[in-house]
Write a protein that binds this ligand. Structure first.
Ligand SMILES: NC(=O)c1ccc[n+]([C@@H]2O[C@H](COP(=O)([O-])OP(=O)(O)OC[C@H]3O[C@@H](n4cnc5c(N)ncnc54)[C@H](OP(=O)(O)O)[C@@H]3O)[C@@H](O)[C@H]2O)c1
Length: 154
């Protein structure tokens, strides 16, 4: 699958590397060509990198990791999202004292309003990025360990 990453920070980098390791074609997009290319160079696995525009044009599926910025400002034209699956992994910033105001529109709903011709889905936002860095080898090991404990307790 061709996957474009919009914003190559913690989530973009970790998930992008994971998908590339699984054999997907990944393009890391960033605000500057240089950053996108640098992340791809670090990631290896034949990944590519460049601008967010290039990442959006590349992917059939896109990961949207940019919070609090209207998507119109992230790419040169929102038409680029037409027909794409756009995965929103964003969470609201944690407010002072953990006192959230009632949420009237989720971030994914907002994104879907901004890009009505994309298929927006919410995913990956409930796991810390560090968990994705563990996968898959460490998680496999943890599963083996859990199986071992289960057997041991019988
Ligand atoms: N980190 C986690 O453990 C975690 C877990 C679940 C959900 N999330 C959510 O996922 C989202 C991303 O988190 P993160 O940890 O990956 O954050 P991050 O490392 O700060 O990355 C966010 C990316 O947003 C881009 N960005 C920021 N301002 C921008 C602007 N004005 N225009 C264009 N791009 C801009 C940056 O792109 P460049 O590459 O161009 O610098 C940056 O790489 C957040 O909403 C967070 O709540 C995070």
């Amino acid at each position: 699958m061709k996957i474009g990453i919009l914003g190559s920070g913690n989530m973009g980098r970790s998930l992008g590397i994971l998908w590339a390791e699984q054999g997907h074609q990944v393009f890391f997009g960033a605000r500057t060509q240089e950053k996108g290319e640098a992340v791809a160079e670090l990631a290896g696995h034949n990944t590519q990198g460049g601008t967010n525009d290039e990442a959006a044009a590349f992917g059939d599926v896109l990961l949207y990791t940019i919070r609090g910025v209207n998507s119109v400002q992230v790419v040169s034209s929102i038409e680029i999202f037409n027909g794409r699956i756009l995965i929103d992994c964003n969470n609201f910033e944690i407010p002072e004292g953990f006192t959230y105001s009632p949420i009237e529109q989720s971030l994914a709903e907002k994104l879907a309003t901004e890009v009505p011709n994309a298929h927006v889905v919410k995913a990956f936002n409930t796991f810390a990025q560090e968990v994705f860095e563990l996968a898959p080898w460490t998680l496999d090991k943890k599963r083996e360990f859990a199986d071992f404990i289960r057997e041991y307790k019988k």
